[in-house]
Design a protein around this ligand. Structure first.
Ligand SMILES: [Zn+2]
Length: 352
């Protein structure tokens, strides 16, 4: 059996990118997502391949998913951003940042000025400091041109707020069946993504690298070990990177639940710190199926704490976590749900 392939996809925005959970309101396009959701990347990628005449096995993928889409977060000088959790505080006056999972810490100079930054985007700079990432937006009003009468019409006036050209994103797509390889994903040079693509928005340039999953898992499991530490009572803390299912199934029979077993044992969740709840809609698992809406999902930046009873120290389990970071921790990771990550900011400690 050939090795599972992971495609590391870097996207550089060429025309304003409109990332919105809703369709345009009238002629207004706005941006409310802080990342590119997996289902948006999946839709854009499959559509592009189909436009090029490839036979994308959409129905097969809906029945038996083999391609998993991480959300894409912005990168700054090669540094990946991540959603901040609710225990990351910033002083509104002097901008001092505090991460403390144990107690609420005030800014000494400015009492009552700490504000939780949960859900904002952060990255760790070259000196090991936590920095906040802000998008640059472009905000324009444009006149559409009516191609038939070659004139301008008032109802074609539209306005939009989009993410500025030159912004870079990165995500990984894991392909356990080799389908993307056969479809020639590596030859794709650009993609149209987000809202308003028929008006020229959302053109991104792609750089795609193919990596063996086993190699990534090997390297990543060592990083995870370093982050979690060797202490026996260290909990496993997962940072939510894409809308995530609840921890328990529904008593109404819905089996939408995170898969948090490691080494065949179900981990016990001790605590959840939420940034909030969210919903997603606008994807369809196969052509012809009405678009679904999922509500009450755990939002990005939330933290989940698990008791591991020391079991986590085993190398095989570290690898299992690394693999789940790539393939998702639950069902529906083919459309970008249930991606979580072990990250130093969730451990509140040394960011170096
Ligand atoms: Zn202050």
């Amino acid at each position: 059996m050939s090795d599972v392939k992971v495609y590391e996809i870097e996207m550089e925005v060429r025309t304003p990118l409109v990332l919105s959970s809703y369709e345009a309101i009238g002629n207004v396009f706005s941006t409310d997502w802080k990342y590119i959701p997996g289902h948006v990347i999946r839709g854009a990628l499959f559509s592009q391949l189909m436009r090029e005449g490839k036979e994308v096995p959409i129905r097969e993928e809906a029945r038996d998913p083999t391609v998993f889409f991480q959300p894409a977060y912005p990168v700054l000088d090669g540094r990946e951003t991540i959603p901040a959790h609710p225990m990351i505080y910033k002083c509104k006056v002097c901008k001092k940042t505090v991460i403390n999972l144990e107690k609420f810490e005030e800014c000494e100079e400015h009492p009552f000025c700490m504000e939780s930054k949960g859900g904002s985007l952060v990255f760790i700079d070259e000196n090991g400091n936590l920095k906040f990432f802000e998008y640059e937006y472009v905000d324009l009003e444009s006149l559409g041109i009516n191609r038939v009468i070659k004139g301008r019409e008032l109802e074609m006036l539209y306005s939009f707020i989009g993410i500025s050209p030159n912004t870079k994103f990165k995500c990984r797509v894991t392909d356990v069946s080799g389908k993307l390889g056969e479809l020639g994903i590596k030859d794709l040079g650009e993609l149209k993504i987000g809202r308003g693509i028929s008006r020229g928005f959302g053109l991104v340039e792609l750089k795609i690298e193919e990596i063996e999953e086993s190699k990534l898992v090997e390297d990543r499991s060592r990083e995870i070990e370093k982050i979690i530490g060797k202490k026996e009572d260290n909990p496993l803390i997962l940072l939510v990177k894409s809308p995530t299912f609840n921890l328990s199934g529904s008593k109404f029979g819905l089996d939408w639940k995170l898969d948090l077993s490691l080494g065949g044992t179900e981990l016990k969740c001790e605590e959840v710190i939420l940034t909030g709840r969210t919903s997603i809609s606008g994807f369809s698992l196969a052509g012809g199926i009405p678009k679904a809406k999922l509500t009450n999902l755990i939002d990005i930046g939330s933290l989940l704490f698990f008791e591991t009873g020391g079991a986590i120290q085993e190398e095989e389990l570290m690898k299992e976590i690394a693999r789940k970071e790539l393939r998702g921790f639950g069902p529906y990771s083919q459309i970008g749900l249930n991606f979580l990550e072990v990250h130093p900011i969730a451990y509140g400690g040394d960011l170096q």
